[in-house]
Write a protein that binds this ligand. Structure first.
Ligand code: C5P
Length: 225
């Protein structure tokens, strides 16, 4: 199975549609985020998504249970494969979200600690650190609530795989082939190293989408895997 979800981070509908169409035969799915969804909504997603292509809608839902359930029902017609939800939203919210997602055929991915936050940030907002321990704690809570997997940074993959075994889906951004530039990503790993550590899916954006030849870049990454 092709593990690459290509991150299409743009509000330009035509560019997003062209990229998705061009890359469809060479990636396992597309990832669209809040930026795109807020600009174009469900109709925009339908316009960009190639027929039958797995879709990761990175909406990072975080609200009271009733509202998260309502949001999932509202996007059910879009039929996303994966949707993200903040694991810090609590057990009740995640449990109810998991039930609604199951009815809609959506797989939920928990967001644990945002990779933009460090131990000091956790302390500032009153969360118990260090980051690594909080990631494992929230992943366990997500699991307990019936959430299918988590989105996690490359350096968190091995510990999550070790503590959860093969059933937890791990979606991993921060991926950079050795031949690409880091851009603004600080803690990166290569596609092969992430897969070896236990990732199931790789979120890869600019190394593919900003390449002179995006198809060649995607093919090169697949060859390296
Ligand atoms: O272009 P690049 O490969 O850096 O894109 C990575 C994608 O993964 C972006 O859509 C980014 O928002 C997302 N992401 C991330 N780090 C996280 C969570 C999501 O880079 N911790």
């Amino acid at each position: 199975m092709n593990p690459i979800f290509v991150a299409i981070d743009t509000t330009d509908l035509i560019r997003a549609r062209d990229l998705a169409a061009t890359l469809a035969p060479h990636v396992g799915g597309i990832k669209l985020g809040l930026e795109f969804f807020l600009a174009h909504g469900a109709a925009g997603v339908a316009a960009v998504r190639p027929d039958g292509m797995p879709l990761f809608l990175d909406l990072k839902l975080h609200d009271i249970p009733n509202t998260v359930v309502g949001a999932l029902r509202a996007i059910a017609p879009v039929a996303p494969t994966f949707v993200t939800i903040h694991a810090s939203g609590g057990p009740d919210m995640m449990r109810r979200a998991a039930g609604t997602a199951a009815e809609a055929g959506i797989r939920l991915l928990g967001v644990t600690v945002l990779t933009s936050m460090d131990d000091d940030d956790l302390r500032t907002i009153g969360q118990k650190g260090p980051v690594g321990a909080q990631v494992l704690r929230l992943a366990q809570r997500a699991r307990d609530a019936g959430i299918a997997g988590v989105i996690c940074a490359p350096h968190e993959v091995a510990a999550l795989r070790l503590s959860h075994g093969p059933d937890l889906a791990l979606m991993v951004p921060g991926i950079r082939p050795a031949w690409s530039v880091a851009d603004d990503q600080k803690r990166i790993t290569t596609p092969a190293d992430a897969m070896t550590a236990g990732a199931n899916h790789l979120v890869i954006g600019r190394p593919i989408t900003a390449a002179a030849d995006p198809v060649a870049a995607a093919r090169r990454i697949l060859d390296e895997l």
